[in-house]
Design a protein around this ligand. Structure first.
Ligand SMILES: O=c1[nH]cnc2cc3nc(NCCN4CCOCC4)[nH]c3cc12
Ligand SMILES: [Zn+2]
Length: 378
């Protein structure tokens, strides 16, 4: 019961803040070697140097600005030296927008079985061939310099949820030491290295982590260790504790988030950048995202529904195809079906962040948030 009350407390405080018009939301411009980009922004995830089922041309068309790739996966296959020999990740995958690479911390801890973490780094078994591998701040930074992304992440440990206070404390302190080692190993100019704030679900550890990393002076900050199964009010509480400690004039990137309701709440706390596999992953099992919630277009209910997924959506799928057609393709295991649901879901989130930016610029973000949450959580 106390935990529940705790959540109520957090929600009450948070609702209070909104009532008196508090909003840390901001509309920013992110300068990178591959262009200047608008925030808030959603970054499509292209784990293995491709955003699954869509082409770079389609990504550009739907308004994608920066896309994500994963160092862990590309390090294991095809190898980051090979990508460097190919001219770097932009050339390799023919993407001339921005690229951000995650450092591998999260993937090692969530993908690799039999991992062992020491001060030096993380030993693990490759999920591809079971070979013994090792990642450290130095190795992860060298790999990311080879890939040549515009923004790279410090090597960190994403603390599992739940975690004992003592473990979270020791791990967070080590992640800060790893951030310093990442900084020393980072010698590629023109490439921004972001640190990642940890601290588990403990307010004091979150504040210590943020303050320590801010004193190391990074050009931007990821907020890690969230969207790992914790209740949403707990995630929001950690944001409330962390974001105000980060410099106003630097980007804040909430890693692994998420659904539209989480995006609009996180933007209210002052988050600028998001990534999540959710839109592309659920698309591949036939679920479309809409402003009223999810629409499982594969369901029999849509067999003779000749309307588009969303009549007000400007995406290629909604402009040209019906629910009945997309359902038919998905039932027939046609690749084009997955492509259409993926295109719609990515467009939906990219457009949603554009709408939030517009609302912030017109100083009507809080009412935008109210209207959206009323409809979405329906
Ligand atoms: O601390 C982190 N450090 C470096 N990378 C991360 C990536 C992260 N991604 C998530 N959550 C993603 C959760 N997904 C939601 C959709 O379904 C798949 C899992 N949390 C994350 C935390 C970290
Ligand atoms: Zn659409």
């Amino acid at each position: 019961t106390c935990a529940f009350a705790g959540q109520k407390k957090v929600l009450a405080a948070y609702e209070e803040a909104v009532k008196c018009g508090y909003s840390g939301a901001r509309a920013g411009r992110l300068h990178t070697p591959h262009g200047v980009f608008d925030t808030p922004m959603f970054m499509p995830v292209g784990t293995q140097a491709t955003v699954k089922a869509v082409s770079p041309r389609e990504l550009k068309e739907m308004g994608a600005q920066i896309i994500l790739s994963n160092t862990y996966h590309l390090y294991l296959r095809p190898g980051t030296e090979l990508v460097a020999e190919a001219g770097g990740l932009h050339r390799f995958m023919d993407w001339d927008g921005g690229i951000l690479t995650d450092s591998g911390g999260f993937q090692v801890f969530s993908l690799g079985p039999l991992r062992k973490i020491t001060e030096e780094g993380a030993a693990f078994r490759s999920h591809i061939d079971g070979s013994t591998q090792f990642l450290s701040p130095e190795i992860a930074i060298k790999a990311q310099m080879n890939l040549g992304a515009d923004i790279i992440m410090a090597f960190d440990e994403c603390i599992p949820y739940p975690a004992e206070y003592q473990y979270a404390k020791l791990s967070t302190e080590r992640t800060t030491r790893w951030a310093e080692r990442s900084q020393k190993a980072h010698t590629r100019s023109g490439q921004a290295l972001f640190a990642i704030v940890q601290g588990g679900m403990y307010q004091d550890l979150r504040r210590v982590s943020a303050n320590d990393l801010v004193s190391l002076d990074f050009p931007g900050y990821g907020i890690g260790g969230l969207s790992v199964g914790e209740p949403k009010p707990v995630m929001y509480e950690m944001l409330e504790q962390t974001v105000p400690l980060l410099p106003e004039n630097k980007p804040r990137y909430l890693m692994g988030v998420g659904t539209p309701d989480c995006l609009v709440e996180a933007v209210r706390y002052g988050i600028d950048m998001f990534d999540c596999v959710f839109p592309t992953r659920v698309a591949r099992n036939g679920t479309a995202m809409t402003k009223s919630g999810r629409l499982v277009v594969k369901n029999a209910a849509y067999a003779k529904d000749f309307l588009p997924i969303d009549e007000n959506c400007g995406c290629y799928a909604c402009q040209n195809f019906s629910r009945a057609y997309i359902r038919h393709l998905l039932k027939a295991d046609e690749i084009f079906g997955l492509r259409l649901t993926t295109i719609h879901n990515l467009y939906f989130l990219l457009d949603f962040t554009k709408k939030m930016r517009q609302a912030i610029l017109e100083d009507r973000f809080l009412s935008f948030r109210e209207e959206f949450l009323a409809q979405y959580c329906k």
